[in-house]
Write a protein that binds this ligand. Structure first.
Ligand SMILES: Nc1ncnc2c1ncn2[C@@H]1O[C@H](COP(=O)(O)OP(=O)(O)OP(=O)(O)O)[C@@H](O)[C@H]1O
Ligand SMILES: [Mg+2]
Length: 489
């Protein structure tokens, strides 16, 4: 752990500002101790959910063991938190729901949802059960309303730079609406635990088929609000996907989590991509390229060149399969906040198309092919050339022209016709899933879209796929191809 300073054993006995320099700032600001002065928020404490309350009754033995291990290996954690359940196991971390036992000892400016949640979440029945082996000073007789946090234990395999980066960015984004604030963070030896407010939410896999367009409007207003704040700070989230936006349909708001892959715009630039140059410069570069001068169309054959002497192009491709923007796949070295807008578009497509996951490729080449089967080869070639790349395919089913998003949504959701409100949502989708990042909507543009400013309220419940839907759309493909081409341009 080179980036984080070493902390002595018993870290919890120290002030919470004993992390790295940058993390000190987090700790001081968020956790200024106010001995004996419980905040006014104390009075309205109870509402902090109980969506997951039942789950805590039937915790798997392996989860119990896992939580016990954390308590045993991270000195002092059981004194501060009562671990309740494991709520997330990602690529980079395990997330636990816990009760904040020392909530009243600190100022809790971060607790912005508390008042609202109080109105909608019923108080849980008083429960003073203690976990087996729990140590600490929690008094079972003293009645207090439980305050919940999410403890994100970042895996030791994550690089210290990544961990510090996530904590720093979260610290910078403190106070941004719809972004999950960082309360504080602790480190013991090589273990780092970030403390976040627990945000009750519904699993996307449960809601995506039942979402009405009006629900989508609430969801995306909240998501774009979050992205607007994040992008205003010139930060790319890089991993926008349903599990990183915790949406609560009761309050019609969500919070953006997981800044593990986030970065400041420009920090990963490995050279300026030609997509930033004017069109005529790009054209002349292309005409001078090896591809243009040596590879006439007739010379093209299937496969990869055996001896490719071109230097490898490296670009950040961090993100999740199925949500990566085309410029990420085309190795653009000047990626911008627009990559998040594409990913948000994929979520909207999932909701409108009622298919999750919508894109299901195994690697980046497959992902490009998936895109090509929607956009057609002509537009893919243009998009690739924009970043100095060449797109070629000999897959016969991929046409030149591609299809409109309206058509795609109809096929995916197996409906004959879209409602006016679905059509309006699809127009927003078209602005988000634009191959050229310069033409793609930004978060503030999206919030100004007619979908939000002049909503068409004509919602009907989705009836589910018809019995024999499998082939219904395919026969029409060629018939309306030309019309689609016009619609896409
Ligand atoms: N503040 C929170 N409140 C409630 N649940 C949370 C919170 N933070 C995270 N979670 C849960 O834990 C899961 C994983 O969290 P997070 O995305 O931060 O970790 P990760 O290891 O980066 O995950 P992944 O690799 O899957 O993206 C989330 O999808 C969510 O279900
Ligand atoms: Mg995540």
């Amino acid at each position: 752990m080179s980036a984080l300073q070493t902390a002595p054993t018993g870290i919890f006995e120290l002030q919470r500002n004993s992390l790295s320099k940058s993390s000190c700032a987090i700790a001081r600001h968020k956790y200024t101790r106010e001995d004996g002065t419980a905040t006014s928020s104390d009075a309205s404490a109870g509402g902090h959910e109980e969506a997951n309350f039942q789950d805590e009754e039937n915790i798997d033995e392996s989860v119990k063991e896992d939580m016990k291990k954390l308590e045993d290996t991270f000195p002092g954690i059981a004194y501060r938190f009562r671990l309740l359940n494991r709520i997330g196991e990602g690529t980079f971390s395990t997330v636990y729901k816990a009760e904040d036992l020392l909530y009243d000892h600190y100022r809790n400016d971060w607790d912005v949802f508390q008042g609202r949640q109080c109105e909608i979440w019923a108080n849980p029945p008083s429960k003073r059960r203690r976990m087996e082996g729990e140590s600490g000073q929690y008094s079972p007789t003293k009645r207090r309303k439980p305050r919940y946090v999410a403890l994100k234990k970042i895996y030791v395999t994550s690089s210290p730079f990544r961990i510090q980066n996530e904590l720093e960015l979260l610290n910078d984004l403190r106070g941004c609406r719809s972004v999950c604030p960082l309360i504080t963070a602790f480190r013991y030896q090589d273990q780092v635990v970030a403390v976040l407010p627990f945000f009750p939410h519904t699993d996307f896999r449960i809601q995506y088929r039942t979402f009405m367009v009006a629900d989508m409007r609430h969801y995306f207003r909240s998501l774009f609000t979050a992205l607007h704040s994040v992008h205003k700070h010139d930060i790319l989230h890089r991993d926008i996907k349903p599990t990183n936006f915790l949406y609560n349909p009761e309050i019609r708001e969500g919070v953006l989590v997981d800044f593990g892959l986030a970065e400041r715009e420009g920090s990963e630039f490995t050279g300026t991509c030609i997509c930033g140059y004017p069109g005529y410069v790009r054209r002349s570069r292309f005409l001078q390229s090896y591809y243009s001068t040596h590879c006439s169309n007739s010379a093209l054959s299937a496969g990869y060149p055996k001896n490719d002497s071109r230097p490898t192009k490296r670009a950040n491709r961090a993100g999740t399969r199925g949500f990566r923007a085309p410029e990420v796949l085309f190795k653009c070295t000047s990626q911008t906040t627009k990559i998040d807008m594409w990913s948000a578009g994929v979520i909207l497509l999932t909701l409108l198309g009622r298919r999750f996951p919508f894109f299901n490729s195994t690697d980046d080449v497959d992902a490009t092919i998936e895109m090509a089967s929607i956009f057609g080869t002509r537009r893919m070639k243009t998009a690739a050339a924009m970043h100095g790349q060449v797109f070629e395919t000999n897959i016969p089913t991929i046409g030149e022209k591609g299809y409109s998003w309206e058509r795609l949504v109809k096929w995916a959701s197996c409906v004959e016709e879209l409602t006016d409100s679905e059509k309006q949502a699809t127009r927003l989708l078209t602005g988000l899933m634009e191959l050229d990042p310069h033409k793609r909507l930004g978060a503030s543009d999206a919030l100004q879209h007619e979908f939000f400013t002049d909503p068409i309220e004509h919602d009907v419940e989705w009836g589910g796929p018809p019995e024999d839907s499998a082939d219904s759309g395919e026969d029409e493909v060629d018939k309306d191809d030309d019309a689609d081409e016009v619609a896409m341009i």
